[in-house]
Design a protein around this ligand. Structure first.
Ligand code: C5P
Length: 306
């Protein structure tokens, strides 16, 4: 048996995404409340002669298999810090929608990082892994941590948030993806004549998470990128309307989209909303799942046998 490590990493939905004006470096300050949800990618690393990537899953053909993949960059960054070669094969079993606003690429970055750290026996402290995550991208630290967290700065500075119960969600996966930079550019264009206020986390929303109160959470969901995503993809309004008509307590675009997210009263309601969304023809597929989900977790580790 050869050595290999498999890490499971969750997708996220932003239950609050408050976006400030564009910064001189092009990023935007955020008050970004992340919630990890039960859709997962699995990232497996095995020793190899050089760094290679493969991917399976419904959207596999859209996943870059070169150094542009955050999983490859994670292996390279970690190896460079330890003066070793990133000679691993990375396999991504993809279940998170690609370019969907659910941090699928970020999940693979965090997953590969933890998997390589384990395979190479580095035992890096979480703070060191989080530093590398922040270098990889704004959403990557949260993929490592999971649960719920408030991200400030460009979203990478995390404060873990308590969650007092389970929430039931449905995600409608759209046809095709949206580019996150393009959605932020559209946000800037739509707000060109507006003094965009500094982003602030909603105390009502944090309280709804803390107490596990689904109705209160439904009343406080907000995504400042939603108008920009709808402007680039007007048909998302039909998906939002279909889920609302099917009884969702709240509907919003997930992150930069185009996945749309629906909060349901319970698991039965979520199953009904998913069925209605599929029947509406306004999305490619619909998935019901729970939250919060655990962050990146080693689920399989096989040591080398000589
Ligand atoms: O950090 P990450 O590489 O994931 O960001 C992707 C893009 O999203 C950035 O290049 C930028 O255009 C946009 N972005 C932003 N402000 C943030 C996070 C991302 O403008 N806080």
């Amino acid at each position: 048996m050869s050595a290999g490590v498999t890490v499971r990493v969750p997708a996220k939905v932003n239950v609050q995404l408050a976006v400030g004006g564009a910064r001189p470096d092009g990023y935007h300050d955020l008050a970004n409340v992340f919630l990890a949800v039960g859709l997962y990618d699995e990232v497996t690393v095995t020793p190899a002669d050089s760094l290679t990537i493969s991917c399976t899953g419904a959207d596999a053909d859209q996943v870059p298999l070169d150094r542009g993949n955050l999983a490859a960059r994670a292996a390279e960054l970690l190896a460079a810090r330890h003066g070793i070669e990133p000679n691993v094969h990375i396999h991504i079993a993809k279940d998170i929608p690609v370019a969907g606003g659910m941090a699928g690429g970020s999940a693979d970055g965090a997953g590969a990082l933890l998997a390589c750290d384990t395979l190479w026996g580095l035992e890096s402290p979480q703070s060191a892994l989080l530093d590398i995550c922040a270098e990889l991208g704004s959403d990557v630290p949260f993929s490592l941590v999971g649960g719920a967290a408030l991200g400030t700065g460009r979203g990478e500075r995390l404060t873990v948030l308590p969650v007092g119960g389970d929430f039931h969600w449905v995600f409608a996966v759209a046809y095709g993806g949206l580019s996150t930079p393009a959605v932020y550019r559209e946000f800037d264009r739509l707000n060109a004549d507006v003094a965009v206020p500094a982003p602030v986390a909603s105390s009502q929303l944090l309280e709804a998470l803390r107490t596990g109160d689904t109705s209160a959470l439904a009343g406080s969901l907000v995504n400042d990128l939603q108008p920009a995503a709808l402007s680039l993809r007007p048909s998302l309004a039909d998906t939002l309307a279909a889920g609302t008509a099917a009884g969702a307590l709240a509907a919003l675009v997930s992150g930069s989209g185009p996945t749309t997210a629906f909060l349901a009263k319970d698991a039965d309601a979520a199953a009904g909303i998913a069925e209605a969304l599929l029947a509406s023809g306004s999305c490619r597929t619909a998935r019901a799942t729970g939250a919060p989900a655990r962050g990146a977790t080693v689920i399989q580790y096989s040591g080398a046998v000589s």
